[in-house]
Design a protein around this ligand. Structure first.
Ligand code: HEC
Length: 132
């Protein structure tokens, strides 16, 4: 009887550690928690509130610019064409996130939501951060 009970516990434990949540691609969790409240679960943005990250020129453009937007938020977008006071909301700086986490997050966004662009690695984030 005890063996059976232990067996059931073991199966339960291994099942919970294999839940789909853990198998999500790197960066998805951060996107869902930190970015999607403003940019939308589908990254399509919210009209006059926050821009879409889907098919965004900045997301698909040079890695260094995208990293700077993440680290500095709206400060980095002030001079960007089409951004001046267009949105009621502003983009917060996310410099508190670790290099690797930013790299995984941006790589995830660059390869989902109808986007396709090269991955970003933690070393690139580190270099951009040093030059801010
Ligand atoms: C509080 C709301 C908010 C949160 C949270 C937020 N953003 Fe933003 N984001 C904005 C707004 C508003 C803009 C436009 C800002 C501007 O023009 O000054 C923006 C702009 C951007 C842009 C430029 C897009 C373009 O094409 O113009 C990128 C890239 C971006 N955000 C990525 C992210 C990522 C990645 C996260 C999660 C770490 C995130 N944002 C979290 C509100 C937010």
């Amino acid at each position: 009887m005890l063996v059976l009970l232990l067996g059931t516990c073991l199966i339960l434990v291994s099942w919970t550690s294999l839940t789909p949540y853990e198998k999500q691609p790197k960066g998805k969790k951060t996107f869902d928690r930190v970015c999607s409240p403003c940019h939308g679960e589908d990254a399509k943005g919210i009209p006059s509130f926050s821009p879409a990250l889907s098919r965004s020129k900045i997301v698909l453009g040079p890695a260094s610019k995208l990293i700077r937007v993440l680290l500095r938020g709206s400060d980095e977008l002030k001079t960007e064409p089409g951004h001046n006071n267009k949105y009621k909301n502003s983009m917060p700086a996310h410099a508190n996130l670790k290099d690797r986490r930013i790299a995984n997050l941006l790589t995830y966004i660059r390869n989902n939501f109808e986007n396709k662009a090269p991955a970003i690695i933690a070393e690139e984030v580190k270099l951009v951060r040093e030059k801010l």
